[in-house]
Design a protein around this ligand. Structure first.
Ligand SMILES: Cc1cc2nc3c(=O)[nH]c(=O)nc-3n(C[C@H](O)[C@H](O)[C@H](O)COP(=O)(O)OP(=O)(O)OC[C@H]3O[C@@H](n4cnc5c(N)ncnc54)[C@H](O)[C@@H]3O)c2cc1C
Length: 378
């Protein structure tokens, strides 16, 4: 028996799930294929949860504008999962910043986002900070959002989910795709026919493109660590130091924890290969460049850099601020090579094949899930 669908969506992260819901709500029959036993276990939860307002991209006005464009709708749709109740500061390091205070102010003015200079504050170390600004930026709660989308998926008619499933072969058949898929712990394969395919596998993008005989997109990959800390003094504050190898600390949604990341220390290993290729894969046979496992639960993941991250971020605070490390989460972070210089994070949706159609969605930021609606046709 061959099962027929209008769309196969590959990847059960927030982008794949949002695409599946959007298509099903518009009358399409969708099959969602996820390689892991659980949905939403990778970048969709292991991230800094910043509801980007643009501040982060003084070198990419295009990304800054796209962040601001989608923010209002994302905020409206996910109201109960957003932390609105903290003070968010951006700052410029006195040493080694790509952007100085004047450029940052000009940039904020240009894209019209709040940026008010703070000259004194008991918690911040002005010997290290050239300038400190109070801004408006919120965080979303990735875990609550993941639960919300999982339950929406269950409630929505027209979506058939294949968990722990691998696509073994894919070939064009007239104006459709024919896929042979197999549940990873089973022998039998199933044949699926899909009019269109949507690849939403983020760091798996090129492996899936290759399976369909389609060209890669130009990516680089990093094993990234997000550290989690607590602090009685700054539990309702966030600080992001721009613009270079610096750090950021901010509430991880509504969890009560602060996520801590650092451009210098969050990224442990880098792969410039088409598919994420790391030396730690030699110690975990279930993780291959073409089919990566979940770093978070992997025994071969790198040792934590939390001490370095903490020591870096402490420079920006006075001794009144106490920070306690709790735990870390790891995942593969992928980026478009084209944004190596400007550090932009656009969401790029490419049509890699017509008749049958194949989309590759490469996600830049979570609030750009709506870009799918602009491009995908049915
Ligand atoms: C460290 C870090 C910090 C970030 N900070 C922020 C931030 O503050 N704000 C923000 O908006 N964005 C941030 N991002 C970016 C954001 O997290 C990602 O753009 C987004 O989560 C990508 O979602 P996704 O659904 O495309 O990918 P994922 O969540 O990675 O989902 C992809 C899914 O595809 C599955 N898959 C892979 N290969 C296959 C295959 N062959 N077959 C079937 N399934 C497959 C995976 O198992 C996974 O479930 C950050 C990312 C990282 C890594």
């Amino acid at each position: 028996m061959k099962k027929k669908f209008d769309f196969v969506v590959v990847g059960g992260g927030i982008f794949g799930i949002y695409a599946a819901l959007h298509l099903a709500e518009n009358g399409q029959q969708v099959c969602l294929i996820e390689k892991e036993k659980e949905l939403l276990k990778k970048a969709s939860i292991v991230n800094q949860a910043r509801l980007h307002s643009g501040y982060h991209y003084p070198r990419s006005v295009a990304t800054a504008r796209m962040s601001d464009e989608n923010k209002a709708r994302f905020t409206r749709d996910h109201q109960s999962f957003i932390n609105f109740a903290f003070q968010k500061f951006y700052a410029i390091d006195r040493f080694g910043s790509f952007t100085d205070s004047l450029q940052f102010e000009r940039f904020c003015n240009y894209i019209d986002i709040k940026c008010e200079r703070v000259k004194q504050h008991d918690y911040f170390n002005f010997h290290r900070l050239e300038a400190l600004y109070e801004t408006t930026e919120y965080t979303f709660d990735p875990i609550l959002i993941a639960e919300y989308y999982k339950s929406k998926l269950k409630e929505t008619k027209g979506i058939s989910v294949r968990m722990y499933t691998q696509i073994e072969e894919a070939s064009p058949l007239a104006n459709s795709w024919e896929l042979k898929v197999r549940q990873i712990d089973q022998h039998n394969t199933e044949t699926i026919i899909a009019t269109q395919v949507l690849n939403a596998t983020y760091s798996g993008s090129n492996a899936v493109n290759r399976l369909f005989g389609l060209p890669p997109i130009q990516l680089m990959h990093e094993i990234a660590e997000m550290a989690f800390v607590t602090s009685p003094q700054i539990k309702n504050m966030g600080l992001t130091v721009m613009d270079g190898q610096f750090g950021s600390i901010m509430p991880y949604g509504l969890s009560g924890l602060l996520s801590l990341s650092s451009v210098a220390y969050t990224h442990h290993k880098v792969s410039y290969d088409e598919m994420p290729t790391f030396d730690c894969q030699a110690f975990n046979p279930s993780c291959k460049p073409s089919f990566t496992a979940i770093c978070n639960s992997c025994h071969a993941r790198p040792a934590s850099n939390y001490r370095k991250m903490l020591s870096q971020i402490r420079h920006y605070f006075t001794e009144q601020v106490d920070l306690q490390y709790l735990t870390s989460m790891f995942t593969i972070k992928s980026k478009l090579k084209a944004n190596f210089i400007d550090d932009g994070r656009p969401t790029e949706i490419s049509i890699l094949n017509e008749n049958p159609r194949f989309y590759c969605i490469f996600a830049g930021k979570i609030n750009s899930i709506y870009e799918i609606e602009k491009v995908v046709e049915y």
